[in-house]
Design a protein around this ligand. Structure first.
Ligand code: AMP
Length: 851
């Protein structure tokens, strides 16, 4: 905070020297970075108001805003200078060099101490531009008073005001003010995320976990994408306490309900408010997710704000009757910058309170019997697409400026349920391609305002009264020339085509067709990516789909292995029948090297894979339970082997993971031919030996080993359990490495061993529907504990436990000479389970009654 304050003060002092003071509007065009926050604070500390200029918007759009707001000073960064349009504003290029110069050069006179500015609550804090129905965006001028009120209310009502909050929203939207200032004024932590990462819900869900995000502001559509991702990965952001959604109607989808059911500590809050007032009402959805309405209300007004639901005569409507929602109170913006006509049209005199104003929202709403307000939709043509407020009239005006377009209309369509998108219709004077019309729109509008399809017609349908009949506009057809469809070249491409055809609702699709030309957009991308991952094991990020938007390029990238490996932990150990794989899971030492002597001796014709620890690839992985670890391996197993039956084995710690993997796979309906646990007990299933037995044992050893036994015992007491485990495994592993003549292989780090030891100790198995084949080491561990014959597994394995004993110790069963017997045991298990199902059943029945 001290560093942030000092830098913001320097910027503020400097800006004041450039003439920034109350009512001066300063442009802010800086990419997501700490410099963006410093710039924002600097402008406000200088007493000025900021107008955000999103660097991703086309230059023509930025120019329009710079001119409209009469920006005289622009805070930016050197790398953006080339893309900025021509403008007369004074530039302040905030980068390290700027601060270095300011620090080094006393002439610049930008000290880091606090700044004085003559700002009052009535002065302007920001101007945010929103879409304008007449074809020109309009700047909403917001004074400090409204925003201070919002922050004070937020401080009182927030579940965790000083929380770790994600800065998700672009500065061009008012919610960003709330994210940034509600957090900083409460002493919380603001977590910045790159534009690339925030666009991809898969990455975003990881960010939430890795950065331990506690508070999140999201429009509903982004919340829904995130919920779908969490549904598919099963990884819940466990630190989240408060998710605030705003900007569009909230719908409680099954995925959102499942997500919040798994996070009882978190609350979902629905905020309502247009840019002209920021937040006006709020509704808290409590912990009883099952009782949530599928369309929750927008709640009740926040502090010092008023809502009036009025009919056309500006009379209040009764409870339950729909009227236009009007907003009054401190929260109101001053109006639209330099647009007195427009301001007078929307900000009217309050018929109930002298000298007060009401903002006509254009939203249809009604009071529910419990006093909360329900939003019912728009009265006008304004739409929301993925949280963005859009006036189709503005897009029509830009399209109409193209010299070939004679007439046009822009509408929102939902031809596929849940897929709302903008479609433009045009009648052209002479031949023009829709691609060139799209380019024209891209040059003038932010991306979210560019329709996903442009349909050229001979004429637009009209109503009997001569207006454009928007309801009769035809659904856009993807014109696919069937002879030009590039056919698939391999099995993967066939799979991907099937997935794309079903998600995009376009048929047929060729491998060279571009995702975006087929009508794809970011929400459909999430759907397709989840399906590609689940059904074909192709794990792609949204950004990669943007870079490789055809099936051919995806399949090529996989062939050249430039895409991430969907199964990074799985290593092929022996070729064989791919329909019946055997997966062997690592032990505490994380590597799978010790299985090699066994694998070399197995007669089975199955393909054999080893699963090495996820921590070997990613020591910082957030996985911290056996269940999560198993879930991670299940995903990878499904990627390698999406269908059919399989066998799983695991030694020691790996036995626990193997059990959990088999359990989860069985729960998903996969057939498990065999589950082999190599000398692993259920955690906590043993009992300490009786005192007499323990003394007897000590005495026998003392006689056998002499005083060195006593010394070893003392040392043992002084070392921690985990370091003992580590040492045991290091010994076993080193012996193996020596056997295998592979010196130089490293044993993995102590912290990972400790972590896996703790995960193993904490694991409580749930029931598994199949059978456990347990291979016990004949020389039991000399740890003074008493183990049941079945090592505790009968209680959990519904299909019983088949026990065999192998000569050797816990890990030496995998080395010569004991591994010879071990291989015959494993082959016998695989053989019996595979070839003689009737024996399995008989055996199962016997084991059942025995256990
Ligand atoms: P914006 O100016 O971008 O914040 O958009 C304001 C408009 O979004 C409102 O007039 C509503 O139509 C819609 N809106 C905002 N929040 C909600 C909400 N929680 N539920 C329903 N509609 C909303």
């Amino acid at each position: 905070y001290a560093a942030l304050n000092a830098q913001a003060n320097q910027v503020a002092h400097y800006l004041q020297k450039q003439g920034v003071k109350p009512e001066v509007i300063v442009g802010l065009c800086v990419p997501r970075s700490p410099a963006m926050i410093v710039g924002l604070l600097g402008i406000l500390k200088a007493g000025g108001a900021y107008v955000p200029l999103d660097p991703t918007y086309p230059p023509a759009r930025l120019q329009l805003v710079l001119a409209d707001a009469q920006v005289s000073v622009l805070v930016t960064q050197p790398q953006l200078l080339e893309t900025l349009p021509d403008h007369p504003a004074e530039l302040v290029c905030l980068d390290e060099e700027w601060f270095a110069t300011v620090d080094a050069c006393p002439d610049v006179d930008a000290p880091s101490d606090d700044v004085r500015a003559a700002v009052t609550p009535e002065h302007l804090a920001y101007v945010i531009y929103t879409s304008g129905s007449t074809g020109r965006p309009k700047g909403v001028a917001m004074p400090h008073r409204a925003l201070t009120n919002l922050l004070c209310w937020q401080q009182e009502s927030a579940i965790a005001p000083a929380s770790r909050t994600l800065q998700f929203t672009s500065l061009s939207f008012d919610v960003s003010f709330q994210e940034i200032f509600a957090t900083l004024t409460a002493g919380g932590t603001l977590v910045l995320v790159s534009d690339r990462d925030r666009r991809d819900p898969f990455v975003l869900s990881n960010v939430l976990c890795e950065k331990a995000i506690e508070r999140l502001f999201l429009p509903f559509s982004a919340l829904q994408s995130l919920a779908e991702v969490i549904d598919s990965t099963g990884v819940v952001p466990s630190h989240l306490r408060e998710a605030i959604t705003a900007g569009e109607p909230l719908r409680i989808s099954p995925a959102i309900a499942r997500w919040f059911e798994r996070m009882p500590q978190a609350r979902l809050v629905n905020h309502y408010g247009p840019t002209e007032s920021h937040v006006v009402t709020s509704f808290l959805l409590d912990a009883s997710v099952s009782a949530w309405s599928s369309s929750p209300p927008i709640g009740t007004p926040i502090a010092n704000s008023r809502v009036q639901i009025l009919d056309r005569q500006l009379q209040p409507v009764p409870i339950g009757v729909a009227g236009e929602l009007h907003i009054g109170g401190i929260c109101l913006a001053r109006g639209y910058l330099d647009r007195p006509d427009l301001t007078a049209e929307r900000f009217i005199a309050d018929p109930f309170e002298p000298d007060a104003r009401l903002y006509r929202t254009g939203d249809l709403a009604r009071y529910l019997p419990d006093g909360t307000i329900e939003c019912l939709g728009r009265i006008d043509h304004q739409v929301k697409i993925r949280g963005f407020r859009i006036e189709p009239g503005e897009i029509e005006a830009v399209l109409g400026r193209h010299d070939r377009v004679r007439q046009c209309a822009v509408v929102v369509r939902e031809d596929t349920p849940g897929d709302r998108r903008l479609v433009a219709y045009g009648v052209a004077d002479s031949v023009v391609e829709s691609r060139s019309l799209k380019l024209h729109l891209q040059q003038h509008l932010p991306n979210y305002m560019v329709p996903s399809a442009i349909v050229l017609l001979d004429s637009l349908p009209l109503t009997p009264s001569g207006k454009i009949d928007r309801k009769s506009l035809p659904a856009p057809q993807i014109q696919q020339d069937k002879t030009a469809i590039a056919p698939p070249k391999n099995h993967l491409e066939c799979q991907l085509i099937r997935i794309w055809e079903s998600a995009l609702n376009v048929r047929p699709i060729g491998i060279e067709d571009n995702f975006f030309d087929l009508g794809g957009h970011s929400l459909l991308a999430v759907k397709i990516l989840t399906a590609m991952d689940r059904e074909a094991g192709v794990n792609l990020s949204i950004n990669q789909l943007f870079e490789q938007p055809t099936i051919a390029s995806i399949s090529e990238a996989i062939a050249q292995q430039t895409l991430p490996d969907p199964a990074p932990c799985i290593v092929p150990l022996k070729p064989g029948n791919p329909e019946k794989p055997l997966f062997l899971i690592h032990a505490i030492g994380s590597s799978i090297l010790f299985y090699e002597p066994l694998v070399a001796r197995l007669q089975t014709d199955r393909v054999i894979y080893g699963i090495q620890s996820v921590f070997l690839k990613d020591p910082n992985s957030s996985v911290n339970t056996v269940t999560d670890l198993a879930e991670c391996y299940v995903r990878q197993i499904e990627a390698v082997c999406p269908q059919g039956s399989l066998a799983i084995g695991g030694a020691s710690f790996g036995g626990l993971v193997a059990y959990e993997v088999a359990r989860q796979l069985a729960q998903r309906g996969r057939a498990i031919d065999a589950l082999i646990l190599f000398d692993r007990a259920v955690p906590g299933s043993c009992q300490p030996a009786s005192v007499t037995r323990r003394y007897q044992r000590h005495f026998q050893k003392l006689v056998k080993q002499g005083p060195s036994y006593l010394l070893a015992k003392v040392k043992h007491r002084l070392t921690s359990e985990s370091s003992r485990v580590r040492a045991d495994f290091a010994k076993a592993q080193n012996a193996l490495l020596k056997d295998l003549k592979q010196p130089g292989q490293k044993y993995l780090g102590e912290d990972i061993v400790n972590r896996q030891t703790q995960m193993g100790d904490a694991y409580i198995p749930s029931h598994y529907s199949g059978r456990v084949s347990l291979i016990r080491a004949a020389e039991t561990q000399d740890d003074g504990r008493v183990y049941d014959e079945d090592l505790g597994w009968s209680k959990y394995a519904r299909g019983g436990v088949r026990i065999q004993t192998n000569p050797g110790k816990h890990m030496s069963i995998f080395t010569l000479p004991h591994v010879e017997t071990l291989a015959t045991h494993v082959d016998a298990i695989l053989q019996v389970e595979l070839v003689r199902p009737e024996l399995v059943q008989a055996d199962r029945d016997r084991s059942h009654s025995a256990s």
